[in-house]
Design a protein around this ligand. Structure first.
Ligand code: AKB
Length: 340
């Protein structure tokens, strides 16, 4: 008998850490991680095993396929938006070919088990591309079907992978004799910027918010690379993980979309800095604008409409901006830096 497992790719990344923390706290002990780098002790102590390797390595995925029964895949590995602009072809390989490999693994597993494999895909507000700042300010909270004209390689990759998820769930090899519909149970969330108290992001364009608060906590200088009026939605890592768990637990029959918007709060960078200064009055933060990164933020929505996630699977953020700081970021960040 093959051992039954839950697979997390990019397990040593930000959301990987958050997921491992929460699944482990729920008592789930059959987590297998994959990461390019050896995960830190936090992850190693909370997983059954971690495989060091690349999701582009088909031999590695074949070994997993042969050795385990995969119940669910949380596919978190990706190159984020800023990093992807420096290496678009590599980003395409990792973000698209890597996702294709994982969807294929899910399909093979589902076919051999004769039951669906749940597949969680973290999409992003980067799938949206609003042509001008005037239009961004005018349109306000946008729906899932609006403005899907991404301006970054990462956004293009995420949008295409949403379609691949739809293909694997509903139309896979429809000309063959075997009916594979529903075997891959693909569920996605278009995340806003995520702010964790425990980890720092790497290579994203929404990184300015988490970087500001962590720099202030460590009494370090920080140059914020977007203007004070730059506005996109954000949420805490706790809320992001809660959303993944809620969506993955929802009955398939209640889902009307494959990929959902969710939101929590959407301060401008200036408003976020003011909040940081309420807790760290000496925060040493300047605005030193990088026009190219700013233009990416300008193309992303200032707000999204998440009514469908609320209706279909009961989504609602626990943290608005005030609660994010008072109940989560400040207490956890303080204890983190006091310990180190
Ligand atoms: C990024 O900035 O690339 C990500 C995202 C918004 O998906 N954090």
């Amino acid at each position: 008998m093959r051992e039954s497992i839950i697979l997390i790719t990019g397990v040593n990344g930000e959301i990987g850490h958050g997921l491992v923390r929460s699944l482990h706290d729920e008592g789930i002990s059959n987590l297998i991680g994959i990461d390019l780098n050896t995960p830190d002790d936090f992850v190693l102590e909370r997983t059954h095993d971690c495989l060091i390797g690349n999701i582009l390595d088909k031999n590695l995925l074949e070994r997993i396929n042969a050795q385990y029964e995969v119940e669910a895949i949380y596919h978190m590995a990706a190159l984020l938006s800023t990093r992807a602009e420096f290496s678009p072809v590599i980003a395409h390989e990792v973000n698209v070919d890597g996702t294709l490999n994982l969807l294929d693994l899910a399909m093979e597993q589902a076919q051999s088990r004769g039951k669906p494999v749940k597949f969680f895909f973290p999409s992003s507000i980067a799938v949206y591309g609003i042509p001008s700042l005037d239009e961004k300010n005018r349109v306000g909270a946008i729906l899932e079907d609006d403005f899907r004209y991404p301006q970054t390689m990462y956004g293009c990759n995420k949008l295409y992978c949403e379609s691949l998820g739809d293909y694997y769930s509903h139309y896979f090899k429809r000309l063959s004799a075997t009916d594979s519909r529903g075997l891959v149970d693909f569920r996605g969330i278009r995340f806003p910027g995520i702010i964790s108290a425990h980890t720092l992001p790497a290579g994203g364009t929404s990184d300015y918010a988490p970087e500001m608060i962590h720099a202030a906590a460590k009494s370090e200088h920080y140059d914020c690379f977007v203007r004070a009026d730059a506005t996109i939605p954000f949420m805490t890592m706790q809320d992001a993980i809660e959303a993944i768990q809620l969506l993955m637990a929802a009955p398939q029959s209640s889902l009307t979309k494959m990929v959902y918007n969710i939101k929590a709060f959407n301060p401008s960078a200036g408003e976020f800095l003011n909040k940081v200064k309420e807790y760290y009055p000496a925060a040493d933060i300047d605005f030193v604008i990088n026009d190219n990164r700013q233009s990416i933020i300008d193309s992303w929505p200032a707000d999204v409409n998440d009514d469908q996630a609320r209706k279909d699977w009961g989504w609602s953020a626990a943290h608005n901006l005030d609660k994010a700081f008072a109940d989560y970021l400040i207490p956890e960040i303080r204890s983190r830096y006091e310990q180190s």
